[in-house]
Design a protein around this ligand. Structure first.
Ligand code: TQI
Ligand code: CA
Ligand code: ZN
Ligand code: ZN
Length: 172
């Protein structure tokens, strides 16, 4: 079953269109257009299941959600740990910060070192999971759910399960 963050924080009902900015992309080798496409698809999984809409903005000041790649300590007390281990983290509503570990062998749309690295991590799969957190979902006990707290490296898991849909539809 799906869970919420403690206290059940969510984006308020008058905020049904959320803007996101990709602010720190320099630390990854994946090009900017590919990043835009991958995150757009990841957000679309959740907007298709809810009344939420997401739009990319170039302006960080304008953004509800900020997405960036960082290596090691990056100022929020949750230092990244190099390859594998923690891949990414996202804060609960309505913080909006979504950070990815720049040290991972990210792969997206055939870019990155999918074949050469045994630790390759699919960016879109991680993005779909972290967006669940950004929207207020905790972890699910249903194996196969996007919000289940493990994923095998080198695999792709981007389709919401019934459990994820029920969880998000109970909020939005
Ligand atoms: N990052 C953890 C995660 O997103 C961070 C975390 C641990 C967390 N406990 C939490 C976030 C509780 C919110 C609430 O789950 S991770 C996966 C998965 C990670 C893990 O790097 O370990 C994915 C990132 F689910 F596959 F294990 C993305 Cl998809
Ligand atoms: Ca890591
Ligand atoms: Zn961080
Ligand atoms: Zn998680």
């Amino acid at each position: 079953l799906y869970t919420y963050f403690p206290g059940g924080p969510m984006w308020p009902p008058f905020r049904r269109e959320l803007r996101y900015a990709i602010t720190a992309a320099a630390a990854t080798s994946i090009d900017r257009a590919t990043l835009s496409a991958v995150f757009a698809r990841a957000f679309a999984r959740w907007s298709e299941a809810t009344t939420l809409r997401f739009a990319e903005t170039a302006s960080e000041a304008d953004a509800d959600i900020t997405i960036g790649f960082y290596a090691g300590a990056h100022g929020d007390g949750e230092a990244f740990d190099g390859p594998l281990g923690t891949l990414a983290h996202a804060f609960s509503p309505t913080d909006g910060r979504f950070h990815l570990d720049a040290a991972e062998a990210w792969v997206a749309d055939g870019q990155g070192d999918a074949s050469s690295s045994p630790g390759a991590v699919d960016l879109e799969s991680v993005a779909v999971h972290e967006i669940g957190h950004l929207l207020g979902l905790g972890h699910s006990s249903v194996q196969g759910a996007i919000m289940y707290p493990t994923i095998r490296t080198g695999t792709r898991k981007v389709d919401l399960e019934a459990d994820d849909v029920q969880g998000i539809q109970s909020m939005y």
